[in-house]
Design a protein around this ligand. Structure first.
Ligand code: PBG
Length: 393
């Protein structure tokens, strides 16, 4: 018996005498009437070496120290772990991003996003029906126009018969109100230069203020086609206010805005650009309008502006490299907080899983649960359908 060897068995600060611990109960032998799981264990080796904390009043320190405190007690069974889980991922937290392409006859696979396709208008409606059946509460649609329909101003983005609007109508007809239908509100899929706004020919920069009325037009077209939620992703200053004003001005009082509020200029959007057929002209990037990955406090400036401009919900994107930002945003605002587990995050998990290096499904669950733990209320993820099948009711 371990205690016998030390000769000084004492739980600190609880005034026990060593004889309390020399009882037969501490021998570890099975006793009649005791369930094996509740059989007393050996006294802990070394518990007498925990020194008294002079700052703790007598009696309280034992509650925060080994052996009075043993976190493993609450990890013993699946039921206990379930009971004390601080964060959990439910099917109710999932939003599925879906691509719908113009001018294709059948779904088109996306090499860098295994399991994700560019849908036709018909198949996207069928897919949203399937997701609704699995209990997924939301989808977000990305329209991909034909190459010949792109132009400098991305005019097809707001055309009533543009690909996004056709898809929105088809999805709305297919599932009614059973799924929240969101529309990504941006121009990059529709511009021939691949930027998210109007490019000023003299400076070559994206012109913030000239882009705002175009976003307002896109939002109105999407709302008219049946979108419940407009999700501006272009990171123009003032975009939420411009969209909210346009929606109110046209009677779309109930159409909500999910602001991509803290969206970083991330290298993790690569597979999305394949999925959405977007190439930024002249090897350009979006560092002039999306946030610099070095900045944490700046996210709170972005979020505060968007909430002040009328955002109903705010989003942080990407997710895993920005868990600190998700936690900060959660603490700073009272509106729902979303996180986007983006294409590159999905692709990395799928690639490693394909090689048999990780258990992809387990990693996906762990990652998305971490996003919830950091404070997100819901997550946009390409794993939505697969995880709904696993965790759904
Ligand atoms: C812009 C937009 C992008 C994503 C969502 N909306 C691409 C970008 O900013 O370059 C990326 C999503 C992903 O990587 O999964 N319309």
């Amino acid at each position: 018996m371990a205690a016998g060897g030390t000769g000084a068995v004492e739980i600190n600060n609880n005034n026990s005498s060593s004889s309390d611990h020399a009882s037969p109960a501490s021998s570890g032998r099975a006793e009649p009437g005791r369930h094996p799981r509740n059989r007393p264990d050996r006294p802990a080796v070394g518990w007498s070496t925990v020194p008294d904390d002079p700052l703790e009043p007598s009696g309280s320190a034992s509650r925060t120290r080994f052996p009075a405190t043993r976190p493993r007690r609450l990890r013993q069974t699946p039921a206990l772990r379930r009971l004390v889980a601080e964060a959990r991922l439910s099917v109710d937290d999932l939003v599925a991003p879906l691509f719908v392409a113009d001018g294709i006859e059948r779904p088109h696979p996306i090499a860098s996003l295994p399991g994700v396709v560019q849908h036709t208008v018909d198949t996207v409606a069928t897919e949203v029906k399937r997701l609704a059946g699995l209990g997924v509460p939301g989808v977000i649609l990305f329209g991909v126009p034909r190459a010949e329909d792109k132009d400098a101003l991305g005019t097809q983005a707001s055309h009533p018969d543009g690909i996004t609007q056709r898809a929105l109508r088809a999805v709305r007809d297919a599932v009614g109100d059973s799924v929240v239908v969101m529309a990504d509100c941006c121009l990059d899929e529709f511009t021939d230069h691949g930027h998210c706004g109007v490019v000023d020919p003299t400076t070559g920069q994206v012109d913030n203020d000239a882009t705002l009325p175009l976003y307002a037009e896109v939002a109105l077209a999407q709302a008219a086609a049946g979108a419940d939620v407009i999700a501006p992703s272009g990171m123009m200053d003032g975009q939420v206010g411009a969209i909210r004003a346009a929606l109110e001005g046209s009677g779309f009082h109930s159409t909500a805005v999910l602001a991509y509020a803290a969206k970083y200029a991330s290298a993790l959007y690569g597979p999305f650009r394949e999925a959405a057929s977007v190439t930024i002209a002249e090897g350009g990037d979006r560092k002039g309008y999306q946030q610099d990955p070095t900045n944490r406090r700046e996210a709170l400036v972005e979020v505060a502006l968007d909430v002040a401009e009328g955002a109903d919900m705010v989003m942080v994107k990407p997710a895993l490299p920005y868990l600190d930002v998700i936690a900060d945003v959660r603490n700073a605002v009272d509106v729902p907080v979303a996180a986007y587990h983006v294409s590159g995050e999905y692709a990395m998990v799928m690639a490693a899983a394909e090689r048999g290096w990780i258990d992809g499904r387990a990693v996906a669950l762990e990652q998305l649960t971490a996003v919830k733990r950091a404070g997100a209320d819901f997550v946009l993820t390409y794993f939505a359908g697969e995880l709904a099948e696993v965790i759904g009711g």
